[in-house]
Design a protein around this ligand. Structure first.
Ligand SMILES: Nc1ncnc2c1ncn2[C@@H]1O[C@H](COP(=O)(O)OP(=O)(O)OP(=O)(O)O)[C@@H](O)[C@H]1O
Length: 297
């Protein structure tokens, strides 16, 4: 089921085009990563689909319908760091949020459990670490039990342990059946947590696809040796090697999935070749990202 569809969504700020004819589709259950460098239009896109910013042109629909107050109620979002009261506890802060959102506060313990803050629920907000503050923000976005959760740079400023915690929480929320849209400039974060992604550059959507498709892509093995001519001859006769391309001091081989480095080594040893370099690489978002950016340079 289509959760969000945008058609030629555009936002101009004066003469600057922050989002340029963005058309994308997000389906139910996806964890969709909107990926792009700083200033590429991620926050502006999220602000438009949340009804915070008026698009200059284009349109979008939520749950297959025109955006409305009812559709907005099914969306939980953290666009900016929410302001919590420093002297209130997590529970007291969430009670205040429930009042503002006009929703019941009977899910407070459930959402605190989801973000791992139950044991600290009676501690004041000001005693929280940055990671805990971010987790409380996610809890507040989940309070009204939304179908969709929207997060802008959820791991910004966190240390590696904090990043892992947020990633696990996002995974848990996704496993519970919610659709998640997150903006990030961190490739590894998007690859680890997202099922689908879109790449924005200067407000334009360059690519939209699934992470699985990238990870299932061709395997490459880099091999170098002192005698590159002899190496090439041997490589050409190895079964499972699909293509050989020279890249500086090594060859980049496209290989079938079962081909391992030890299999290549075995063949090289039979011909008394000792590689100076051998490395197996599976398709990853970084390579794909660079390829896509290069093709739009
Ligand atoms: N209110 C505004 N007025 C003028 N220009 C703006 C405004 N908001 C954003 N912009 C510009 O629009 C472009 C896209 O900004 P946006 O914040 O959407 O990008 P982003 O990908 O979210 O980047 P970041 O990761 O830095 O937040 C930038 O050039 C930015 O300077």
């Amino acid at each position: 089921m289509s959760i969000l569809q945008t058609k030629n969504l555009t936002k101009h700020f004066g003469s600057r085009t922050a989002v340029n004819q963005l058309s994308l589709e997000i389906s139910s259950g996806q964890v969709f990563g909107l990926l792009g460098p700083n200033g590429s239009g991620k926050t502006t896109t999220l602000a438009m689909i949340l009804g915070v910013l008026q698009p200059s042109a284009g349109e979008f629909s939520w749950f297959g319908q025109q955006p409305s107050a009812t559709s907005r109620q099914k969306i939980g979002a953290i666009l900016e760091q929410p302001s919590f009261y420093p002297y209130l506890t997590a529970v007291e802060n969430l009670k205040a949020v429930a009042q503002i959102k006009n929703c019941s506060d009977d899910r407070i313990n459930i959402v605190l459990e989801t973000v791992g803050l139950l044991p600290r629920k009676h501690d004041k907000f000001q005693t929280y670490s940055l990671g805990m503050k971010q987790r409380l923000a996610i809890a507040s976005a989940l309070l009204a039990d939304p179908e969709v959760l929207i997060l802008d740079e959820p791991t910004n400023g966190l240390d590696p342990a904090g990043i892992v915690e947020i990633r696990e929480i996002i995974q848990k929320i996704a496993d519970s059946g919610k659709t998640i849209v997150l903006a990030s400039h961190l490739l590894s974060e998007v690859q680890k947590v997202c099922s689908h992604f879109g790449i924005l550059k200067e407000g334009k959507l360059l690519h939209q696809g699934s992470i699985q498709q990238i990870e299932g892509e061709k395997i490459t093995i880099e091999v170098g040796a002192d005698d590159m001519t002899q190496l090439e001859e041997v490589l050409r006769n190895i079964k499972g090697v699909l293509a050989i391309n020279r890249d500086g001091s090594f060859y980049r081989l496209e290989v079938e999935h079962e081909v391992s480095t030890s299999y290549i080594m075995q063949h090289l040893q039979e011909h008394h070749i000792t590689p100076t370099h051998i490395l197996r690489k599976q398709g990853n978002l970084e390579q794909e990202f660079l390829k896509i950016l290069a093709s739009h340079a």
